[in-house]
Design a protein around this ligand. Sequence first.
Ligand code: MN
Length: 231
Amino acid sequence: MTLVFPASPTVTVPILGESAHMPIHRIYCVGRNYEDHAKEMGFTGREPPFFFMKPADALVVVPEGTTGDMPYPSLTANLHHEIELVVVIGKAGKNIKAAEAMAHVYGYAVGLDMTRRDLQNDMKKQGRPWCIGKAFDFSAPMGPITPKAHAGDIEHASIQLTVNGDVRQKSSIQKLIWNISETIEHLSAAWQLEPGDLIFTGTPEGVNAVKSGDLMEGSVSGLAALKVHVR
Ligand code: MN
């Protein structure tokens, strides 16, 4: 078979301690998965988890020890940071029960669910899809993958984001409303998970705007940090 033009290259992410890279399949994101962030967005309580997606080529892959570069996107005057733990799926599955979910996890990474908040809010008001606010080009910076055996006690890890050295977001993975296993149970009831799928698990409170020239530094204890410069 010949192609009318060359196929787009597969997006890949480096893995700490491995020479092989992870080929990325899909990016799923969880909405409002920390109580204090749900509250700051005008919601309360534990609603069932809900999901949206970003295209795999929205990733800005930032290798260990380097600073990534994200262009300030078009159409927005309110670009928000959302620091998130990223779960990397290593084994396919559908209707995965929470008790078996960890067998499907390859590892973890630090990610940013960058959001054109003004556009997202417009879409929310109109009951329209969030794509323009969430799934834009360069909207998903992420660091290298740490295999789960080397990630320590991820369920109790701290998560933090600084902008130009000032702490903006600071919480614990323990505060996830739906923990990693429960999230996989819900997500895999709706979609068949495949190796190379990423799950951005939601952001804690403290989301706010960044502007051109800002330096974002994200961390989850036990994982490689993520540094991204907004161009
Ligand atoms: Mn998010």
